[in-house]
Ligand binder design. Structure first.
Ligand code: PSU
Ligand code: MN
Length: 306
């Protein structure tokens, strides 16, 4: 495979590629916009270590110095974690980040694009973007959903936050032909809580079954990705009633302040963290680590049959 000239693989990722070892992509917006410093950098390192401990090679993705970096070293993770002006990159923003030379953190959408360019089929994150509450007037629907429809990468996540309208998010994914596969339970996971009250499309607990599904999907030429919903471990779950109160308050504040566009999600995440006195952050970290285990297993299962 010839590598796209805008990509730069780290030595670890390049070697894994040559040896045909399973790779797991990781996003960087969760570092720059999703969590505060220094927990963001610590978590990024722990997630990478967890992927390695479970038999796969981590590839955290960001745009630095005009290159799409696939696999970041310690200094690069630290730079992203400390940066207060990193760009939040979705599909539309990637070329700008390359030509401007600015520091850019990739969202789910942009990470999927870069992972696919690098030949990586599995991507682990915390939660995906989705259809926002009130989208019928704001039109705020994350570009993550369109990306799932077009780019062939499986996204392992703890569902989506109920800052979003989860029912509409599932409807949108259905329309776009994106399968939602649930682990451990029949329901789509609700990020801080296991239960969303909404059924996922399929239940597959085993990585081997998820891998077989993906192979069949791609062999049919259907393209696009899939959502693998992995609920937060029960001991780290936050009660839905508690978190719902914080979410309502954060949403009301965002509306009152006229926050719009790509600033909405980072604003809500930061407010919920403050309102919950840091409890949301502890849950967020626990669920990402849990997703790293499931994602490494899936990458290994997919790789085993290449
Ligand atoms: N949801 C989270 N944490 C996050 C994000 C979403 O629980 O960090 C980030 C991801 O990078 C996701 C992006 O791709 O926010 C979605 O932003 P928007 O809603 O503006 O599309
Ligand atoms: Mn949006």
């Amino acid at each position: 495979m010839t590598l796209n000239p805008h990509l730069e693989l780290s030595p670890e990722v390049a070697q894994a590629h040559e040896q045909g070892r399973p790779l797991v992509a990781l996003e960087s917006t969760i570092i720059s916009h999703g969590m505060p410093y220094p927990q963001n950098v610590q978590t990024a390192r722990e997630v990478e270590a967890t992927v390695r401990a479970h038999g796969a090679v981590p590839a955290t993705i960001a745009v630095l110095d005009g290159k799409i970096r696939v696999g970041l070293n310690d200094a690069q993770l630290e730079l992203l974690g400390r940066s207060s002006d990193a760009l939040k990159l979705s599909r539309r923003d990637l070329p700008y980040a390359l030509v401007s030379g600015k520091v850019g953190a990739t969202t789910v959408a942009a990470t999927m694009i870069c992972a696919h360019l690098a030949g990586i089929q599995v991507f682990v994150t915390g939660g995906i973007g989705g259809v926002h509450r009130g989208a019928e007037t704001s039109f705020d629907i994350s570009a993550d959903l369109q990306e799932l429809a077009r780019t062939p990468v499986a996204v392992v996540c703890a569902g989506a936050k109920s800052i979003l309208d989860l029912g509409l998010t599932l409807e949108y994914l259905e329309t776009q032909g994106v399968p939602v596969i649930a682990r451990e339970q029949d329901e789509f996971a609700a990020f801080f809580s296991r239960s969303s009250g909404l059924k996922a499309d399929f239940r597959m607990d085993e990585a081997a079954d998820q891998a077989a599904f993906l192979r069949a999907k791609w062999a049919l030429g259907l393209g696009g990705g899939a959502v693998i919903s992995n609920p937060v471990p029960p001991e780290h779950e936050l009660p839905a009633a508690l978190i719902d109160g914080y979410i309502s308050q954060a949403l009301a504040e965002a509306r009152a302040q006229g926050i719009s566009g790509k600033a909405v999600t980072p604003y809500l995440l930061a407010r919920i963290k403050t309102l919950s006195d840091g409890r949301s952050l502890a849950t967020n970290i626990a669920l990402v680590l849990n997703n790293a285990r499931a994602g490494a297993a899936l990458a290994a299962a997919l790789g085993a049959d290449r």
